[in-house]
Design a protein around this ligand. Structure first.
Ligand code: GAL
Length: 660
């Protein structure tokens, strides 16, 4: 458990660097990330590097006892490079190249950019690879930020054709896989295939899905090039990338495979404002963020990180980029920091040390105000630093791995597929995965978020939000896991080529769940269908279905339990042995009560904690977080067990106690 900060020495006169470093250290910061946007200062003219200032900055930080997270500067190619190689600029769906003047203005497929990146990464890695102060690396900055994964440039199309050829080998195989006989879209050679854009009506969905897969692979290829350079020049120093919450245009698992540390950038208030949440939820959690949003991402990146994951950028105060930018309530920066540690983070690094008085982000808070006084976030970070020392001394095991009994499957391709072929305009995959996660968290469970390819050992409950394309061996692995399995609607509904399976959905999962989805329907946001649960003893016997319905048959009532039905009698929730199938997306209350009952079948005991209090377990410590505006009282825990706080948890407060 360590704290870090993002620092831009190039933004400030050199005369204050030493004082900055001294104050960082005094505040309890151990890691300082630098240089991710500094290319124009590192190489002001082509081929002429100016290392002087960066050498001095690294030395100042190192001499103060801080560790440096050195970044490659490729998120911001300088003007001279763009002027020399205009093909670096990505091309939008409108066919126009993006202009210079902000950031991330590069095309992952541009050969000139690949080469220029290779050069600058090599130069930086050679220069600092063995510097004693440099302890970690970060590649680039936030791949996918500002929708920059998919480009429609000639370079991208050329590489797409090569990618297709590798995947399908022959054009006949591609025509068959996509089903191009439809609307006379057949191709005679790979060279005839363009980007799926600017068509009269929707382009072919399989074409679009492959273009997204290709674009995602380009990100992984580009990142891998940087990682290999860094490893060659800086052996033994872990390499990270900072993923951004819900920038899902590329497969984060694939990129993380090449890294040592998966890190992510946590902006709970900006995220609440920009994401799908209903206006009343946005109002309710305006200054705290949604209680499950940051932790969902912690659990996503914990699952793909070889070393403990980090929060590379933690919101320190109001941000500048959402539609509205409220200030966090006092206590929230501390709460968010502890929440990350409770979910297994190795480091929480604040963005940024000091608010910049110029340029695009001048309205974005830092730990210090532009006139260099400590801001609220800075004081809370200092408090967290003291508390870390206290927690570590109270429990030697405080850094233990987080272990969950419940796995939630999360998939990037599902997001692209449902975006391409939604069938109901608001079928938003991350939202539905999040809602399942949130229902589990409000029952007090810790959750591992993993890919469908990850090992399933040790889980007693596995929850699969709508997963259209399931890996070939997933059914066998689920069967072998011995866990209670919950499958959401639309799971197994498509083949890898984006076709309807020959045996109808759930396709390859039919061996596990012998049903047949013979019809589907989507529902407008303001329409719901009543759902009635069978049996007795359930607190909530009625609820409703939203967004979607799978109509299923071939349910043999002797081997199946039909536990809930829609008003028209169609099964809404069926169980076959350990496999549970939800034929719709239910309201939160119904989802929660079904998860509670299935968890009990899995031998787990729910601890319902409502919508504003959250519990997490790490090692022998239990963490309680209060997002509410009222005090929360923890029942049944002896005062002597508290390491931080007391049984009475103030609004925006944190309590940590030894688990019995
Ligand atoms: C992140 C980005 C940072 C900064 C920050 C502002 O997405 O990585 O460079 O722009 O947002 O909140």
């Amino acid at each position: 458990m360590r704290l870090g900060v993002c620092y831009y020495p190039e933004h400030w006169q050199e005369s204050i660097w030493e004082d900055d470093a001294r104050r960082m250290k005094a505040l309890g910061i151990e890691q300082v990330r630098i240089a991710e946007f500094a290319w124009s200062r590192i190489e002001p003219t082509p081929g002429e590097y100016d290392w002087g200032w960066l050498d001095r900055a690294v030395d100042v930080l190192g001499n103060a006892g801080l560790q440096v997270v050195m970044c490659t500067p490729t998120a911001t190619p300088p003007k001279w490079l763009i002027d020399r190689h205009p093909d670096i600029l990505p091309v939008g769906a409108d066919g126009r190249p993006r202009a210079f003047g902000s950031r991330r203005h590069y095309d992952f497929s541009s050969p000139s950019y690949f080469e220029a990146s290779r050069k600058v990464c090599t130069a930086v890695a050679e220069r600092y690879g063995k510097h004693p102060a440099v302890a970690y690396w970060q590649t680039d900055n936030e791949f996918g930020c500002h929708n920059t994964v998919v480009s429609y440039s000639p370079a991208a199309v050329a590489r797409f054709r090569v990618w297709l050829k590798e995947r399908y080998q022959s054009i006949d195989a591609l025509n068959r896989a996509w089903g191009t006989v439809f609307w006379s879209m057949e191709y005679r050679g790979f060279d005839e295939i363009d980007a799926p854009v600017a068509t009269v009506t929707e382009a072919h969905p399989s074409h679009r899905l492959d273009y997204r897969r290709f674009a995602s692979d380009e990100v992984a290829r580009y990142n891998r090039m940087q990682v290999e350079i860094i490893r060659a020049h800086s052996p033994g120093r872990p390499v990270a990338h900072n993923f951004m919450q819900l920038f899902t245009e590329f497969d984060h698992y694939k990129v993380a495979r090449d890294l040592d540390v998966a890190t992510w950038d946590s902006y709970p208030l900006g995220a609440l404002e920009e994401q799908w949440f209903a206006p009343e939820i946005k109002a309710k959690f305006l200054r705290t963020g949604h209680p499950d949003f940051a932790t969902f991402n912690h659990d996503v990146y914990r699952g793909m990180s070889k070393l403990p994951f980090w929060v590379m950028e933690q919101q320190p105060g109001p941000v500048n980029w959402a539609h509205w930018n409220p200030a966090p309530l006092p206590g929230m920066v501390r709460l968010w920091s502890w929440e990350a540690f409770a979910h297994g983070a190795g480091c929480v690094s604040y963005f940024r040390w000091r608010q910049a008085p110029f340029a695009q982000e001048q309205m974005h808070a830092g730990l210090n105000t532009p006139d260099n006084r400590i801001d609220i976030g800075g004081s809370e970070a200092a408090k967290v630093a003291q508390e870390i020392a206290h927690v570590l001394s109270a429990d030697a095991d405080a850094n233990a791995d987080v272990r969950s009994k419940i796995a939630l499957i999360y998939d990037y391709e599902a997001k692209w597929l449902f975006e391409i072929h939604p069938q109901g305009a608001d079928f938003h995959y991350p939202r539905f995965a999040f809602e399942y996660y949130s229902a589990l968290r409000s029952l007090g469970f810790d959750v591992d978020v993993i890919s469908a390819d990850a090992p399933l050992d040790g889980y007693t409950m596995i929850v699969v939000p709508p997963l259209p394309v399931v890996p070939a061996d997933f059914a066998q692995r689920l069967a072998a896991s011995g866990a209670q399995i919950v499958l959401g609607p639309r799971t197994g509904s498509k083949t890898t080529d984006l076709q309807i399976p020959a045996n109808l959905p759930p396709g390859v999962l039919a061996s596990l769940l012998p049903i047949r989805v013979w019809r589907v329907e989507s529902m407008r946001p303001n329409v719901t269908e009543p759902v009635r649960l069978d049996g007795t003893g359930d607190a909530h016997r009625e609820g409703h279905a939203r967004h979607w319905r799978d109509l299923i048959d071939a349910v043999d009532e002797r081997t199946f339990g039909v536990h809930a039905r829609f008003a028209d009698g169609h099964p809404a929730y069926v169980q076959h042995g350990r496999v549970h199938y939800f034929a719709s997306l239910f309201d939160d209350r119904l989802t929660g009560s079904l998860f509670a009952r299935i968890a009990m079948e899995a031998g787990l005991t729910p601890t319902p904690c409502g919508d504003s209090v959250r519990i997490s377990q790490r090692g022998k410590l239990t963490y309680v977080f209060n997002y509410a505006h009222e005090k929360h009282v923890i029942e049944g825990v002896d005062a002597s067990r508290f390491v931080i706080g007391t049984r009475e948890v103030e609004p925006q407060g944190v309590a940590v106690y030894r688990t019995e």
